[in-house]
Every structure is written in C-alpha cells, then in structure tokens.
Design a protein around this ligand. Structure first.
Ligand code: BTN
Length: 251
C-alpha cells in the first residue's frame, strides 16, 4: 500500500452488533477511526453482503470482521478486493481448508459451496482523505444453515469441512496474512487472483452492464481489466468496474 502508515491492527471486540462494517463507519463518521482498526463481533443482527443481500450472522458461529483502512492515497477497488480475498484464502489454507476457489468477485468456495464473502465499502469517498472498510464473513462453526439460504445456493463452513477453529483464532490468521497481500505488486496480485479463480486460459462468459461477452480469458489486471481472446481472432479488454459476473462458459 503506497505511502500508507504501517498497518498496526487495533482490535475492538463486540458481542452482538448490527454490522461490524456499520460500527466501522460509525467510528469513521465520529472522527475516531484509525488506520488498522478492526471490528470483530460474536454476532450481527444486520450482517450484509454484496448487492444488499443479508449475511447470516448467528452468534458464535462465524467470523464477522471489518477492517478500516485510511491509506495516504486512494486505492483501486479491484486491488483491495483481490488483496483481501487472497489474504482470507491464505488464512483459510493455513487453517487447513485445502484448495479454495475464488468465485468472482470475492467469494471463496470449497467445492461449489460458499465458505466466505468479502465486502469492500467506502462512503462519500474524498480522494484527498480516502477510507475503506473491508468486511469479511466466514462460516466457521455452523453445522446447519437456515433452509432458505441452503435453497438459494450451496453453503459450507469450516466445521462441515472437518476443521475446528475459534473465530477469534481465525481472525488472527487473517490479520497475519493481510499486510503482505496489501503490499503486493498489483501485477503479481492479479496473477495470483486469476490463478485462484481457476479461469486462466479458460473460455469464460463475462456479464457487464453493457451485455455479455464470451472469450478465452488471457489476462487479469487491476487497472486494465480482463483481456479476452474472441472467437473471431480479435482481443478485447473489459474494464473491471463494469464486470458484474465472470464464470466458465456454460456454468
Ligand atoms: C458477500 O459475500 O456478499 C459479502 C459478505 C460480507 C459479510 C461481512 S460479515 C462482516 C461484515 N459486516 C457486514 O455486515 N458484512 C461484512
């Protein structure tokens, strides 16, 4: 993270909160937030995911954590998403979760079941004083999930994968891994991220606000987006800001 103060984490532990990201934004609004603040809760009443979805946050069952970043310069959202998602993946692999696939843009899957989600947010970003909140939700101890959630999509937890770990210990693993990913060279980071999606060199379908495109995925870059080889032999770049979904063609 260029020009940023060293990342020293200050962990604030909460019992039950609306949302750890909401607690982070409240501290930011009050002018009390510091670079590296971490809000960690046992449970959330209004845990939220991407696209306004609800994040199941039963007390003691999952890791619910939000990290405040106040870098000296604005950061590319794609860089932050990749760094946070890969740091969580590194931590989960350290915990014994085995191979985890990144599902665009920031889900971690074990097999085809969702284990974790990452949500990067900022509100009224002032480029002169940028702020970001990295929200991380990991399913840890759940043996079962609400039936409506399981009906919507395949979900799993570390407990279901046979891994016993406390959310607090897992949080430490994530915080150990995050600084290195945030300090990564953007090119190396994007290459690692692409490798973790399993889509390098595959035929993919990219959904964008301007329609869908298909092609062979040649490259991923935090600033130049996706590079596709099209069926007619031409190549096309797709900026990441307009990509809403990316998956193997036919999936
Ligand atoms: C997603 O997959 O849609 C992202 C889920 C992010 C959930 C985490 S839990 C901690 C933080 N607080 C929230 O309300 N959401 C994020």
């Amino acid at each position: 993270m260029s020009g940023a103060a060293p990342l020293r984490f200050r962990v604030v532990e909460h019992e039950l909160v609306d949302s750890t990201s909401e607690r982070a934004f409240a501290e930011l609004a009050a002018g009390r937030a510091r670079h590296g603040d971490v809000h960690l809760a046992r449970g959330q009443t209004q845990g939220r995911g991407r696209l306004g979805r609800r994040w199941e946050s039963a007390p003691g069952e999952g890791l619910y954590m939000s990290i405040v970043l106040l870098p000296a310069e604005a950061m590319l959202p794609a860089f932050l998403t990749m760094a946070a998602t890969l740091a969580v993946r590194d931590a989960l692999i350290d915990a014994g979760a085995g191979e985890l696939v990144v599902k665009w843009p920031n889900d971690l899957l074990a097999g085809d079941a969702k284990l974790c989600g990452v949500l990067i947010e900022s509100r009224g970003l002032d480029p002169a004083r940028p702020h970001y909140v990295i929200g991380i939700g990991i399913n840890v101890g759940q043996r079962s999930f609400p039936p409506e959630l399981e009906a919507e999509r395949a979900v799993t937890s570390l407990a279901r994968l046979g891994i016993a770990i406390e959310p607090r210990a897992l949080a430490e693993l994530v915080l150990e891994r995050l600084p290195a990913r945030l300090a990564s060279d953007p090119r190396a980071l994007a290459n690692d991220f692409l490798a973790a999606t399993g889509l390098a060199g595959e035929r993919v379908r990219v959904e964008t606000g301007r329609g869908a495109r298909t092609g062979k995925l040649l490259e991923l870059s935090t600033d130049r987006g996706l590079l596709l080889a099209l069926a007619d032999g031409a190549t096309a770049r797709v900026p990441l800001e307009i990509v809403s979904a990316l998956a193997r063609e036919g999936e």
